[in-house]
Ligand binder design. Structure first.
Ligand code: RB5
Length: 166
C-alpha cells in the first residue's frame, strides 16, 4: 500500500463520516486520521456522544450526500455497523456494506461499486477500522462488463423496474 498519509491521484478526496453513540469514538479517531492524510472530512454527526441518539439521524444524511455526489464516499459507524448499513442502503444509489476484513474492503468497491463502508465501533479496534477505511478509499470500481451488469440489476430493483414475483 502507498503512504497512507498522502492521497494518491484519482483517490476520492471528500469523505463523509457519520456515527451514533456506538461509533462516536471511532468516528472521531477516523476523522482525525483522514484529515492527517489530507482528506477533506464532512462530519454528519453526532457532534457528541449521546446515549439516546439514533443512527438514522446521522447515517441517512450522509447517505443522501453520497447519492447526490456531495461527498465522494462515506464512512458510517454504529455499535455493530448493522443499523448503519441497513439505513444507508435505503437511500437510492447508495451501496453500503458492513466490513470487517480487508478483502471485502477492496473487493466490495472493485466488483460491487460500494460507496459507503459501514463499521462496528464496538467490533473493530480503531487501528483495524483505519486500515479498512484506507483500503476502501484506495480501491476503484473495475468497470468490468460483468460487474456493471450486476450493479445495474440491483439498481433496477431499487428503481422498482423489476416487479416482485407472483
Ligand atoms: C446502539 O446502542 C446500537 O444499537 C447501535 O449503535 C447499532 O449497533 C445498531 O445497529
Amino acid at each position: 500500500m502507498s503512504d497512507s498519509r498522502t492521497v494518491p491521484p484519482g483517490t476520492p478526496k471528500r469523505i463523509g463520516v457519520a456515527a451514533d453513540h456506538g461509533g462516536f469514538e471511532s468516528k472521531a479517531y477516523l476523522a482525525g486520521m483522514l484529515r492527517e492524510a489530507h482528506y477533506e472530512v464532512v462530519d454528519f454527526g453526532d457532534t457528541e456522544p449521546k446515549p439516546e441518539d439514533d443512527y438514522p439521524d446521522f447515517v441517512v444524511p450522509l447517505a443522501w450526500a453520497v447519492a447526490r455526489g456531495e461527498v465522494d464516499r462515506g464512512v458510517a459507524i454504529c455499535g455493530s455497523g448493522v443499523g448503519a448499513c441497513i439505513a444507508a442502503n435505503k437511500v437510492r444509489d447508495v451501496r453500503a456494506c458492513l466490513i470487517h476484513e480487508s478483502f471485502s474492503a477492496h473487493q466490495g468497491v472493485e466488483d460491487d461499486d460500494m460507496n459507503v463502508i459501514c463499521l462496528g465501533g464496538r467490533v473493530v479496534t480503531n487501528t483495524v477500522a483505519w486500515e479498512l477505511v484506507k483500503i476502501f478509499l484506495q480501491a476503484r470500481f473495475s468497470g468490468a462488463e460483468r460487474h456493471r451488469r450486476r450493479v445495474a440489476k440491483v439498481a433496477r430493483l431499487e428503481n422498482r423496474e423489476i416487479n416482485p414475483p407472483g
